[in-house]
Write a protein that binds this ligand. Structure first.
Ligand code: GLU
Length: 302
């Protein structure tokens, strides 16, 4: 083989290897590749929205609604190589934004990891936070929530060939990773005597998944909705145990005591659940990771 030919063959081999290294069904881990965007609803943008909310008024003046999101959760919140956000949470954000008078182009998504959500909201770095955000009393001391719009539950992600972990009762003495500032991590730490697992903490979901694949930990714990996405992308390597052991009602976070905005966002969620958008979105995003559509939880107005 001459030198040029050898170089060409090497280039092809290298690019194939790079594709394979990305993992995922067809090589890409950074896309919601199963979602057919043409099947997603479009949302009518409301006009002359008048809500007595300082956050909304500032956003209207700015001409942009800043929404905190996740960037590495398949089917929920993914930021692709072009900087575009997609997934279930992103669609929820878009439908709410439309009812508040903001088109898709007027939304600025910002990646906000779990541990900094309350700070980002309180400091006004984001107007709304839509990212697998569990509503609970502890967080309500700092922020407010509209919703819930979805009910998840804490579960475990393990390697496909590991049959030793069958649920939360079999993680005693096991190494389990989770995410800083998340409720599932807190649950393991608060109930150490009960679960008996050694925990390690990461800021990003994708880093924790890698630990499981590489065998550095035995399992990862967080919401089933998130874990199912990772397992669906790497079905040969990962599986979800499927025994949930908490309730994680997802809400849309915003500044504390902004009741007018909270009501407007809950109204928007309700309207899009009633007109069928919510179900369509679910089926084209989160539903693709293998869980059937279930009726959303009742909104909690306060
Ligand atoms: N829903 C849980 C939480 O809010 C875990 C997922 C996350 O970290 O966003 O903490």
């Amino acid at each position: 083989m001459n030198l040029r030919k050898t170089a060409a063959v090497t280039a092809v081999v290298l690019s194939l290897a790079a594709t394979a290294a990305c993992g995922g069904k067809s090589g890409s881990a950074g896309d919601n590749e199963d979602t057919d965007e043409s099947k997603l609803p479009t949302y009518k943008v409301a006009k002359d929205v008048d809500v007595d909310s300082p956050t909304l008024k500032a956003a209207q003046k700015r001409g942009k609604l800043i929404i905190g999101a996740k960037s590495d959760q398949p089917y929920l919140g993914i930021k692709d190589a072009d900087g575009k956000y997609t997934g279930f949470d992103i669609e929820i954000a878009k439908m709410v934004a439309a009812d508040l008078g903001f088109s898709e182009k007027q939304i600025q998504f910002k990646t906000i990891d779990s541990s900094i959500r309350e700070t980002a909201i309180s400091k006004g770095q984001v107007d709304l936070m839509v990212g697998t955000y569990t509503i609970n009393d502890e967080r309500k001391k700092q922020v407010s929530f509209a919703g819930p719009y979805y009910m998840a539950g804490q579960d475990l992600l393990v390697r496909q060939d590991d049959d030793s972990i069958k649920g939360p009762d079999s993680i005693k003495g096991k190494k389990v990773c989770s995410i800083q500032g998340s409720t599932p991590l807190q649950n393991l730490k608060d109930n150490k005597a009960k679960y008996g697992a050694t925990t390690s903490e990461f800021g990003k979901y994708s880093d924790c998944v890698k630990q499981v694949i590489d065998g550095q930990v035995d399992a990862m714990t967080t919401d089933d909705a998130i874990l199912k996405g990772y397992a669906a992308q790497r079905p040969k390597k990962l599986k979800v145990v499927g025994k949930t052991f908490s309730e994680e009602p997802y809400g849309i976070g915003m500044k504390k005591n902004d009741k007018a905005l909270r009501d407007a966002v809950s109204d928007a969620i309700e309207a899009h659940q009633k007109n069928g958008d919510y179900k369509k979105v679910y089926e084209e995003t989160l539903g693709k990771s293998g869980s059937d559509y279930t009726k959303p939880p009742a909104l909690e107005r306060y």
